[in-house]
Write a protein of this length. Structure first.
Length: 442
């Protein structure tokens, strides 16, 4: 049997505990060095570099004239995708739209801070956003849904999807179906670091964007870091990671079943089962071979690499409190709380991007069709970031309005603080100099 990584948490040294928190993308220095020349080539050569890297890196039949998906390709996609898959995409989009419409902030609000003085916010959409949809280890129409729907709900006027082309130079058909159904009609056949560069700098075909969102490989993560001064790179979303928290009220086989969900994404994923129940841990280990027997060879390979490596496995704690502590220290992208009383544990978890409660809410449902966004911060960024949302596609402008009757009180206090801080012009702007101008018409 494959030897799954197994840790008894209370017996680990502080260094060994810290090692469990590492993700595959923690050190991407090697990718940074490789990505630099790609970014520069796209900046200087535009479409020519995009097409060349598509052929060299993605092994795809892409030319400068075929970078943008045509209407005919969109139409053909609907004939290539089975009706039940299109139905599932529609179901997911409907739920995702319902959820994100509830998130949409009001266009403007004003509150009377003091009599005659008002302050508030105005919310407007970001003018252009690129949506990154990965393809390297599979096809992800779900990512298209999760990125496109909140952007459309937010009202972003210029949206474009960038996604790696398939070997024959096309885009995954279900991704195109999801894009059109979500309301995005611009898709470019470019992925990896070159995609980030293309939307940051713009090319002859690809329009530059103000922001890029969506998960990606270490190549994409490295490119985002290098181009963060050129384009807003959004929340940090790297390789998939999940934690299954299980108490002693569930069968370990169920925990093992869900442990494999994110582990099958790729060898750079991270996946842990954490439990204080030795029975649950042993049942999980025993059930894994049966679960692997129902998976495809490629996904078995990916998940075995994860669960036998340094970024996955089973963590047995000495108490439920120790389990809580490990979850919060890890700050996972996806967290399942497997328990017949999941809500009893919820208050103890403060650091997780997504929390799915109970045995009927596996990550699969969260990833595809429940409604909350499944584009989530990775690498412990859940400590400061939340899931992708409508608010990622809008920006706020503060609004202030002081009436004439309210002005004197505010001016007096502002002048005192301005003088204390040594800003003479600040002080002059709320002095008798202003009063003289206010009394003068025209």
């Amino acid at each position: 049997m494959t030897e799954v990584s197994f840790y008894e948490y209370s017996k680990l040294s502080s260094d060994e505990k810290s090692a469990l928190l590492r993700r595959s993308e923690t050190d991407i220095s090697g990718f940074i060095e490789k990505v630099g020349p790609i970014l520069e080539a796209v900046r200087t050569e535009g479409d020519r570099a995009v097409a060349r890297f598509g052929r060299e890196l993605d092994k795809a039949d892409v030319s400068e004239s075929s970078i943008k998906v045509t209407e005919a390709e969109f139409d053909a996609a609907f004939k290539l995708v089975e009706d039940d898959v299109i139905g599932a995409i529609k179901f997911g989009i409907s739920n995702i739209r319902t959820f994100h419409e509830e998130q949409k902030p009001e266009a403007m609000w004003l509150k009377e801070i003091r009599p005659g003085a008002f302050a508030g916010d105005r919310v407007t959409p970001i003018q252009s956003v690129a949506l990154y949809v990965p393809r390297g280890k599979g096809s992800f129409p779900s990512v298209t849904m999760m990125t496109s729907v909140p952007a459309v709900v937010a009202g972003v006027p210029n949206l474009a999807i960038v996604t790696p082309p398939t070997p024959d130079g096309t885009v995954d058909a279900a991704t195109l179906v999801a894009a059109r159904l979500a309301g995005v009609d611009t898709v470019y056949k470019v992925g990896g670091a070159q995609a980030v560069a293309a939307v940051a700098y713009g090319t002859e075909t690809i329009k530059p964007a103000l922001k890029i969102v969506g998960p990606g490989s270490p190549w994409v993560v490295a490119a985002k870091r290098l181009l963060s001064g050129v384009i807003d790179t959004g929340l940090p979303a790297g390789p998939s990671e999940a934690m299954i928290f299980a108490d002693d009220t569930v069968h370990g086989g169920l925990a093992a079943l869900d442990l494999l969900i994110e582990a099958e994404h790729g060898p750079d994923s991270s996946a842990y089962l954490v439990t204080h129940s030795r029975r649950v841990a042993e049942e999980a280990i025993a059930a894994l071979p049966e679960h692997w027997g129902r998976m495809t060879e490629q996904r078995v390979g990916f998940s075995k690499t994860v669960l036998t490596g340094k970024c996955g496995g089973i963590v047995l704690t000495s108490s439920i409190e120790e389990s809580y502590a490990f979850v919060n220290a890890y700050a996972p992208e996806h967290l399942e709380i497997l328990s017949t009383d999941a809500f009893a544990h919820l208050g103890h978890i403060t650091e997780a991007a997504e929390i799915l409660l109970g045995p009927h809410t596996p990550v699969s449902i969260g990833n595809f069709c429940l409604g909350p966004n499944a584009v989530l911060p990775t690498s412990r960024w859940a400590r400061t970031y939340g899931p992708l949302s409508v608010t990622d596609f809008v920006k706020r402008s503060s609004i202030g309005y002081v009436t004439a009757p309210a002005y004197p009180e505010f001016a007096a206090h502002a002048r005192k603080l301005a003088l204390y801080e040594g800003f003479s012009s600040h002080a002059n702007a709320v002095s008798d100099v202003r009063d003289a101008y206010l009394k003068t018409k025209g």
